[in-house]
Design a binder for this molecule. Structure first.
Ligand SMILES: O=C(O)c1ccc[n+]([C@@H]2O[C@H](COP(=O)([O-])O)[C@@H](O)[C@H]2O)c1
Ligand SMILES: Cc1cc2nc[nH]c2cc1C
Length: 357
């Protein structure tokens, strides 16, 4: 278990490739458009070049990795849906009926579904079995898992991501499924940022006012019962996190250490990204925030990550859906960089360097 990833982690996050970033920028300036007129798409291309070392970056094939895990705290009325939905959705992901399955097909992206610790996983083929238990323990009473299991959950994510990269994936989209996981993600985010649970607890799958109060109390109870150490991200994951959060964190780390971009999805994926950034400071520079979800705390978690989302569509689904939608734009940005004509090629006059007269 203490494999490649822990050795790499100790070497620190690799540097960005400034030369490739500069070459990408120079080409963007030569393309037939007013300078800077593709706005944030230009920043995306420059960032992808810096990450991959390729001035003409490509993001296809992309690989979507959905990590599923259950949460003991889900039995405390903190979600609008019953906990068995997590396991039931595994079959739906696999058979192609879930939102992320549809988006993956549209994008021509590979979709890998990982059982990282679902309580009653259906016996279906096509789901990677990497289960670390039948859901976490109830975090309002004690730790979600022990420290060794938290490490193992990160290793699962790293290994699944590494396998996708070895199959040729050029970009990763880590997503998740887990009834109750916005409670765990809020506790993780509160522990890591020091912000009050009040600012980070939202309605998740659609809780009413009473449920929201219960959920806030549950997060406060979890933090009081566990006292996670904010300076030790692994402790935070073990005490108030979840198996799928660890998996996502591992996938984000694998992307950064192998110089591949990853897109950040919603609130849970962002809390996991913050865990990963605390484990390997600077890894955030290898990730692009896809979408800001409607979940209350997401803006603050993105701010802690210093990432600005490409989209704000009000989704609150998870699974990687917001990031998958952003991938359409990221992919378009790369195609523009590769296929647009330069001023020279098209015989179009470039701008005057010094003003008229
Ligand atoms: O990604 C988000 O921002 C997001 C916001 C709200 C809900 N979700 C999804 O809904 C589930 C968690 O919601 P809950 O209410 O059960 O904590 C989990 O499966 C997530 O994928 C996801
Ligand atoms: C049906 C359903 C699908 C989901 N996908 C991610 N979270 C979810 C929560 C529910 C309830």
């Amino acid at each position: 278990m203490n494999g490649e990833w822990q050795a790499l982690l100790s070497t620190g996050v690799p540097p960005l490739n400034r030369r490739a970033a500069r070459d990408a920028y120079v080409r963007l300036c030569r393309l037939t458009k007013p300078r800077g007129s593709l706005g944030r798409l230009e920043a995306v291309v420059v960032r992808l070049a810096a990450i991959t070392g390729e001035p003409l970056p490509r993001v296809e094939p992309a690989s979507i990795l959905v990590f599923a895990g259950d949460h003991g705290v889900a039995l405390r009325g903190v979600s609008a849906y019953p906990p068995e939905v997590t396991g039931q959705m595994l079959e739906n992901f696999r058979s192609g009926g879930a939102a992320i399955s549809v988006l993956a097909r549209r994008l021509g992206a590979e979709l890998t579904v990982v059982d990282a610790g679902v309580r009653k996983a259906p016996a279906v083929s096509g789901v990677l079995r990497r289960s670390l238990g039948e859901g976490t323990q109830d975090i309002t009473l004690g730790p979600a898992m022990d420290r060794a299991t938290a490490l193992a959950s990160i290793a699962v994510g790293w290994e699944v991501a590494k396998e996708a990269l070895d199959r040729g994936a050029r970009l990763l989209v880590p997503g998740e499924m887990g009834i109750g996981n916005t409670t765990a993600a809020a506790a993780v985010a509160s522990a890591l940022t020091g912000l009050s649970p009040r600012l980070l607890v939202g309605r998740g799958t659609g809780l009413g006012q009473e449920g929201l109060q219960r959920k806030r109390a549950a997060v406060e109870a979890a933090l009081a019962a566990n006292r996670p150490d904010p300076a030790d991200a692994l402790d935070v994951l073990a005490r108030v996190g979840g198996f799928e959060l660890g998996g996502i964190a591992g996938a984000f780390l694998a992307a950064a250490f192998h110089r591949r971009p990853a897109l950040v999805d919603g609130f849970i994926a962002s809390a996991a990204a913050l865990l990963a950034e605390r484990l390997a400071p600077g890894a955030r520079r290898f990730w692009i925030a896809g979408h800001r979800s409607a979940e209350r705390g997401h803006r603050r978690v993105l701010r802690a990550l210093r990432l600005r989302p490409l989209l704000e569509l009000g989704l609150r689904l998870g699974e990687g859906t917001g990031a998958a939608l952003a991938l359409e734009l990221v992919s378009a940005a790369c195609t523009l960089q590769r296929e647009m004509a330069t001023f020279d090629e098209a015989g179009v006059s470039d701008r005057e360097e010094s003003g008229p007269g």
